[in-house]
Design a protein around this ligand. Structure first.
Ligand SMILES: [Zn+2]
Length: 372
């Protein structure tokens, strides 16, 4: 899908400035002072904050839920999920969201930690007779590197999402019990909307829209096909950076963050972004490999980017390493476990003076229209 230029930058900017931030909280939405239940709101929740493939405690894999609506309906006219790591359906349930009611799922990239929850999400939607679901992701991206050239393919991933369950006979058995289910299985609920790359360098490329909500995307570097998204609504704006890093894969470079994401984040109310703590930097005594370190955005650089872009609130997610643990997967953390304060301090070393939220699962921030 290619919708370039259907919307002017003016509308994009107007929606941005209409935003008002009024509340933030951990673990439950705050009911702010209200001018009425019909007041419109944008709510951003972290459905999982695990960084990368490890399993630390009970953290869910990375994902961000964005809801827009009125206070009356708990901001739920439009419900969007960005990435769907392990146990996304569990976190959605905790947040009171049925997978049947999702309007669209967006993927930043095809790494399994960001995508593996789609199987359970689509299976659940299929079991209980859900309808088509928009899935927005990049079109196939060739990876020319040797020794084996390959392709990152969201389309193929989605098409085969339930193959193991079809092979086991489960899908046919369930369908025999109720033909209200789609006869061809869960993947056929997906209404795939692929984004052709490369994208224009400037922000504003629309990839999805409904009512007053507009989703735009930029291409950003992490692995081929990586996208970062921005949601603009009358109640505020949020950027989902994903695992974006600088186009220059290793030092020397000015910073580890993405210039494209910085442009996308201009004056955003909230930036949700994966983060890596410099404790894992090469040469600091951990065995954490250099390649995955350098393709993430480091905490201090993220703060500096948020400051330059005029971002009001920074939500850190996909924390590497996870909090309060001695190991991140097989990698021992030099100096012992990190706390939220360690991440906050690293971000603020940049001089960023907006709000910093060190991500925990189901951390939620609500923005309300016309309030500051
Ligand atoms: Zn990741």
């Amino acid at each position: 899908m290619n919708l370039v230029s259907r919307y002017s930058m003016n509308r994009w900017l107007l929606m941005t400035f209409a935003a008002a931030i009024i509340s933030a909280c951990h673990h439950a939405p705050v009911q702010a002072q209200s001018s009425g239940n019909s007041e419109r709101c944008l709510e951003v929740s972290l459905t999982g904050t695990q960084g990368g493939p490890p399993q630390v405690g009970s953290l869910a894999g990375p994902g961000t839920l964005v809801r827009f609506g009125t206070k009356e309906n708990n901001c739920s006219d439009i419900i969007l999920q960005f990435d769907s790591g392990r146990n996304t359906v569990g976190r959605l349930s905790e947040l009171g969201v049925s997978v049947k009611n999702l309007d669209a799922v967006f993927y930043t990239h095809m790494h399994s930690d960001h995508t593996e929850g789609l199987a359970s999400l689509l299976l659940l939607r299929w079991h209980f007779f859900g309808g088509p679901l928009d899935i927005v992701c990049s079109a196939d991206s060739a990876v020319p590197q040797q020794p084996v050239p390959r392709t990152m393919s969201c389309e193929s991933f989605v098409a085969h999402i339930a193959d193991a369950f079809i092979a086991s006979g489960e899908i046919a058995q369930r369908y025999a019990e109720s033909n209200k289910r789609h006869p061809d299985g869960p993947s056929h609920l997906a209404n795939l909307k692929t984004v052709d790359l490369p994208l224009p360098d400037r922000p504003g490329h629309v990839v999805w829209e409904k009512g007053d909500v507009l989703v735009t995307a930029v291409a950003s570097r992490h692995i081929p096909g990586h996208l970062s998204f921005r949601v603009d609504s009358p109640a505020g704006s949020v950027v989902i950076g994903g695992d974006a890093g600088n186009n220059v894969p290793t030092p020397p470079r000015d910073f580890s963050t993405s210039v494209a994401v910085e442009r996308l984040s201009k004056d955003a109310d909230i930036l949700v972004h994966s983060v890596i703590h410099p404790v894992f930097r090469p040469g600091n005594g951990s065995a954490f490999p250099a390649v995955p370190y350098y393709r993430q955005s480091a905490a201090g650089d993220l703060g500096a980017m948020a400051k330059r872009a005029g971002v009001k609130q920074l939500m850190l997610t996909h924390l590497i390493p996870s909090l309060d643990t001695t190991h991140h997967g097989p990698f021992e953390i030099p100096g012992g476990p990190l706390s939220a304060v360690d991440f906050d301090t690293a971000v603020r070393s940049s001089g960023f003076d907006g709000e910093v939220h060190v991500g925990t699962d189901i951390l939620t921030i609500r923005l309300l229209e016309f309030q500051k």
